[in-house]
Ligand binder design. Structure first.
Ligand code: CP3
Length: 343
């Protein structure tokens, strides 16, 4: 059975690049907003296998993407470790912030698989409902990005607290990162066991770290997760998404644990084709705001990216997630352009 996205992630060539979008399920879709209203709290949607399956399938039905990413959130992992996590309407995630080593010591790996069982149930149900040719993606947040939310107690502009902890108390910060590495391996392994064909690790905040710290707190933990998963699931490709790291993307490109490197909007497509693509499958790059703009501007930019990257090992995607203001018709147009591009 041929799954074009999985095949490209495994290193095979394809005539036109496969496409899926980060945050392809979400508030820009009216059918998502309807289910979301029915589900109540955001985490209740994440932990309801039937509804999580439904919203995972919605963008596949509409657009026929090559990949479906299971509907969940990166913050289910801190939640399963015992931290309080909730979502406030219009404000994003909130967590009861970790303030010192004692708070780390209270987190526990023991019940992860049990608490996250609804995610695995949603994956099995989604796999059963998906077209055979659609690749199903599992995911997790990278330890550093998870630590950002866990220590700040939610989103932040500057992430001063997490940086001060990492720079000033690397021993206890390292214990948190190590715990998260183990939690992520377990979570990804279970997702693969339930039917995920490939997985993506989101390091959304990697770009705030200076080089040496980036190596220690992003490159190495992501590599450890990918290596741990590979030991258990050698056939499951791992996509790394270290966002906003600029040319430091070079640090991730040669690691054999990563099948693909997802690049944000700040990396030039031409540079990526020269410096990254000879070593690793490249994914991404279109500015999500181009998808809001649409029209000529979007078409030109999509073709420019395809002309630079589409001749090599490439998965079409955005540089970050679909934003809620995106007109659904622009997504249909995007898929059309990518499907009809011939290199
Ligand atoms: O379609 C998909 O991509 C799968 C589902 C998915 C969600 N979150 C659903 C979601 C995925 C892969 C994520 C990853 C995620 N979650 C990341 C990494 C990627 C990135 O965006 O950088 C991060 C940092 C989070 C944490 C998170 N969850 C934030 C900061 C927010 C609030 C911002 C927002 O868009 O509201 C969320 C909530 C969230 N996660 C929503 C969705 C669809 C919106 C909540 C809602 O429906 O009310």
């Amino acid at each position: 059975m041929d799954r074009p996205l999985l095949s490209v992630l495994r290193g095979n060539r394809s005539a036109s690049p496969p496409i899926w979008l980060m945050r392809q399920a979400g508030r820009y879709l009216p059918e998502y907003r309807a289910v979301r209203a029915r589900a109540g709290a955001f985490l209740d949607l994440c932990y309801n296998p039937e509804l999580a399956t439904e919203v995972t399938l919605q963008p596949i039905r509409r657009y026929g993407f090559d990949g479906a990413i299971i509907f969940s959130d990166i913050l289910v992992v801190p939640h399963a470790l015992g931290q309080k996590v909730w979502f406030e309407e219009g404000e994003g995630p909130k967590l009861e912030a970790l303030t010192g080593p004692d708070d780390i010591a209270r987190l526990s790996l023991a019940a992860i698989a049990e608490k996250l069982a609804p995610v695995y149930a949603a994956i099995s149900a989604t796999r059963a409902a998906l077209p055979a040719e659609t690749t199903l993606l599992g995911f997790c947040g990278a330890p550093f990005t998870l630590a950002c939310y866990m220590i700040e107690g939610g989103g932040s502009k500057e992430f001063h607290k997490v940086k001060q902890w990492a720079y000033g108390h690397p021993d206890s910060f390292g214990r948190l990162i190590d715990l998260l590495v183990l939690a992520c391996i377990e979570h990804l392994d279970r997702q693969a066991g339930a039917g995920a064909d490939a997985v993506q690790i989101f390091d959304s905040w990697a770009g705030i770290l200076p080089e040496e710290q980036l190596f220690k707190w992003s490159v190495q933990p992501m590599q450890a997760i990918a290596a741990g998963l590979r030991a258990r699931r050698p056939d499951v490709p791992v996509i790394a998404f270290p966002r906003a790291v600029g040319p430091a993307a070079l640090m991730y490109r040669r690691l054999p644990e990563f099948a693909a490197l997802s690049i944000d909007t700040g990396i030039g497509a031409h540079w990526a084709a020269q410096e990254l693509q000879p070593h690793v499958v490249v994914q991404g790059n279109l500015d999500p705001i181009m998808l809001v703009t649409g029209g000529e501007a979007m078409e030109r930019e999509v073709r420019r990216i395809l002309d630079k990257l589409g001749h090599g090992a490439y998965v079409f995607n955005l540089g970050h997630g679909v934003v809620p203001q995106t007109p659904p018709d622009n997504v249909a147009r995007l898929v059309d352009i990518v499907r009809n591009w011939r290199g």
